[in-house]
Design a binder for this molecule. Sequence first.
Ligand SMILES: Cc1cc2nc3c(=O)[nH]c(=O)nc-3n(C[C@H](O)[C@H](O)[C@H](O)COP(=O)(O)OP(=O)(O)OC[C@H]3O[C@@H](n4cnc5c(N)ncnc54)[C@H](O)[C@@H]3O)c2cc1C
Length: 427
Amino acid sequence: MLNDARSHGLWEKTAIAPPRTSCLTGRLVADVVIVGGGFTGLSAALHLAEAGRRVVVLEGREIGFGGSGRNVGLINAGMWVMPDDLPGELGEVHGERLLQLLGNGPQIVMSIVDKHGIECELERNGTLHCAVGKAGLKEITERARQWQKRGAPVELLDAAATAARIGTKAYAGSLLDRRAGTLQPLAYVRGLAHAALQAGAVLHTGSPVLSCAQEGTGWKVSTASGSVIAEWVIVATDAYSEGPWANVRREQVHLPYFNLATRPLSPQLRETILPGREGAWDTKEILSSFRMDRAGRLVFGSVGALRNTGTAIHVAWAKRALARLFPQLGSVEFEYEWYGKIGMTDNALPRFHRFGRNIVGFSGYNGRGIAPGTVFGQVLARHILGELEEADLPLPVTDARQQSLRGLRESYYEVGAQLAHFSGERF
Ligand SMILES: Cc1cc2nc3c(=O)[nH]c(=O)nc-3n(C[C@H](O)[C@H](O)[C@H](O)COP(=O)(O)OP(=O)(O)OC[C@H]3O[C@@H](n4cnc5c(N)ncnc54)[C@H](O)[C@@H]3O)c2cc1C
């Protein structure tokens, strides 16, 4: 995107076209101005526009420029944090509310895709969290127990059942989550943009917000060439936050994550690797993820940035890892490579911020943003529509606080991933 082949890779080649948009000029008046054109901002825009509100979305670059257009495409239910730990972290009320909301998250994504006919390669066959060794098996067994006691349709598969679904004997077992699935993320976020426009929202790209100042009873949000006056502001800039809400970015440590896509595999190979089209990732600390796209390309990812020495190291490691995981592939060439930054918070949980009167936003999805971004966008819309009081939101209000040693930890992740992949860590 924007002349960078490593920003959105395969997804940019195969996504539906974005709507025609232009940059903001002049002065607009709206009920709500939304900053950021990813899942969160566009889901909020769609729901507000459907409820008849005047909405303007301002995106600094292109629709899906941030994490929304770059991710793996796993539509997960819940967060990384174990279900039973959430009430301890957030308090009983918010913990159970968040679990309930995010447990149903994939279903909400799928119903939006269906309702608006979004062509985004949606697969509803669940995800597989793959156990590496005894420690991995212990972790997924506990996770399965905690979800099952809440009635979630998750199932623990043994090594043989896992091998049959994935096409490798590398894993000690897996957790099949039937609520989850996969999609083409850039196509989904562009589909949300089309749907929001159709519902009456206004959307400007190439329009980075530079300032936000009080005007009358509302706010004036300004770009270099225009402004929007609105009662409410939604900040949906997450890990790619720039401008007035840079503190959103500062409360996160950025974890780089890359994806590599093979050429379309032969029909015979597709029968052996993820024939059911589940999305998959493993339990290692430096984890790997893999899934198929609609054309039968294997999309393989892990922690790391494809820049400087990182590109050659991560690509060489991925070839070795795939050869061990799926020897049936033979020698592998990658057609596309891309990467992005995942915003990690200090307790691996997202945040709700009120930046000023009627300026609100969710952020910090820790690599789980497709379903959470979509549902939090809806929640913001309902809050603004007066359907949900602040006390009824799934997260408490917190201040955006800078994480300590952020720069150091970000370098550690980037260099550490290179060292681990250079020394062949994992397989
Ligand atoms: C490589 C990678 C893999 C991932 N894999 C998965 C996965 O498999 N499953 C999953 O659920 N999640 C995954 N995630 C996480 C997920 O993509 C994010 O959590 C999600 O996209 C966040 O959505 P968002 O709309 O809140 O923010 P974003 O999509 O990041 O959008 C924020 C937007 O705000 C814009 N912006 C910033 N500042 C300004 C400004 N001042 N003015 C105007 N616009 C501005 C940016 O340009 C950007 O487009 C992954 C993320 C990455 C990077």
